[in-house]
Design a binder for this molecule. Structure first.
Ligand SMILES: Nc1nc2c(ncn2[C@@H]2O[C@H](COP(=O)(O)OP(=O)(O)OP(=O)(O)O)[C@@H](O)[C@H]2O)c(=O)[nH]1
Ligand SMILES: [Mg+2]
Length: 335
């Protein structure tokens, strides 16, 4: 591992230096504890990056093969045309099985490699939900310090995938015509209602119209059975038909993303803070279990403390580390 220079690394990430951003994401993938420490340091230096405060973090989730990556690529192109810089990361749990980071494998995206305002890559993870959440959260924070718009892609329709994209301000669920199982999940209220719904592969008008109508019906049923999203009810989930390959519906999708970002503005800081508290406590609980939580005076106390210390400038990773040290010290005292 090359020697670390955290301040310089952070400055280069904030300047959207692609090589520096790429190195930072290599660190996020690296399982060694030395790398982990460096990620903690780096994220602390990026915490107040000017880009991060104003930007937009978008999560794309949905069943395999519906066109999430192709869509991300189309949205990125259109956002670049609107003079915004864009970072895209696909978190890929399967890539570990085939041995490490498969650059671009799950991110079948076409993009201009000479464009300094566009960064794309896929991220290999430990293949378990905890590793996925760590990678997703860290990667998004790195990219958010560098680019106006960050997209994070994860495959699947379970609550864990949706939890992962909660690192985003806006959650977009992507399906394709005929994704009946997703409709059933939504209707049954098993699945959280996303902020935006996209029917991709809407290449044929008739099919697309039917799919959108089906989805609208499913959403009505979902609301009737009491399913909810992260919103308090004053946001109506738009349903947008797109063709990522024919480039239709993309401008409409960006407009919907902008509308949601604007809608969030008054509560965005609180929403992001809540995500950070959750992330810190998840990490801690995964490491030390219920015993760790109990030893540090229970979940309510830990949550209040996390809120306070994050306000005082701690980051989720540094907070988790501090809590771990305290827990271990307490164990030593009592043994
Ligand atoms: N006809 C049509 N095909 C599309 C569209 N969008 C994507 N595809 C095709 O669908 C296939 C899968 O696209 P991806 O973008 O890799 O899908 P994904 O959801 O990212 O897939 P995973 O990451 O593997 O879950 C590719 O062959 C794309 O060319 C579309 O709008 N219309
Ligand atoms: Mg993909």
């Amino acid at each position: 591992m090359p020697p670390s220079d955290p301040v310089n690394d952070a400055n280069r990430v904030m300047a959207a230096d692609k090589a520096a951003v790429s190195r930072a994401l290599n660190l996020v993938e690296d399982k060694r504890s030395e790398a982990h420490d460096r990620v903690t340091e780096l994220l602390a230096s990026l915490k107040d990056a000017p880009k991060a405060l104003g930007g937009h973090r978008v999560g794309l989730t949905g069943p395999p093969g519906v066109g999430k990556s192709t869509l991300a690529s189309a949205v990125a192109r259109a956002a670049r045309a609107r003079a915004r810089t864009v970072g895209v990361v696909a978190v890929d749990p399967s890539s570990v099985q085939s041995g490490g980071s498969l650059l671009g494998d799950r991110v079948r995206m076409s993009f201009d490699p000479s464009d300094e305002g566009l960064f794309v890559r896929s991220l290999a993870t430990a293949g378990e939900v905890g590793g996925l959440a760590y990678a997703a959260n860290s990667a998004v924070r790195v990219l958010a310090a560098a680019y106006d718009m960050v997209m994070i892609e994860t495959t699947g329709v379970g609550q864990s995938e949706i939890d992962i994209v909660h690192v985003a301000d806006t959650v977009v669920l992507v399906i394709q015509p005929g994704s009946g199982d997703v409709l059933q999940f939504l209707k049954a209220g098993i699945m959280e209602i996303p902020d935006i719904l996209v029917v991709n592969k809407a290449d044929h008008d008739e099919l697309a119209r039917r799919a959108v109508a089906d989805l609208r019906g499913a959403l009505r049923t979902a609301h009737a059975v009491g399913a909810s999203g992260r919103e308090d009810g004053d946001w109506e989930t738009p349903i947008i038909a797109t063709s990522a390959t024919k480039d239709t519906g993309i401008e409409e999708l960006i407009d919907a993303l902008d509308a949601h970002r604007e809608h969030l503005e008054p509560t965005l800081a609180a929403r992001r803070r809540q995500g950070e508290v959750q992330w810190a406590l998840d990490l801690f609980t995964r490491k030390h279990g219920e015993h760790g939580v109990a030893t540090l005076h229970g979940l309510a106390e830990l949550t209040a403390r996390a809120e306070r210390e994050l306000d005082e400038g701690e980051t989720p990773l540094s907070l988790c580390e501090r809590l771990s040290r305290e827990y271990v010290a307490t164990l030593r005292q009592t043994s």
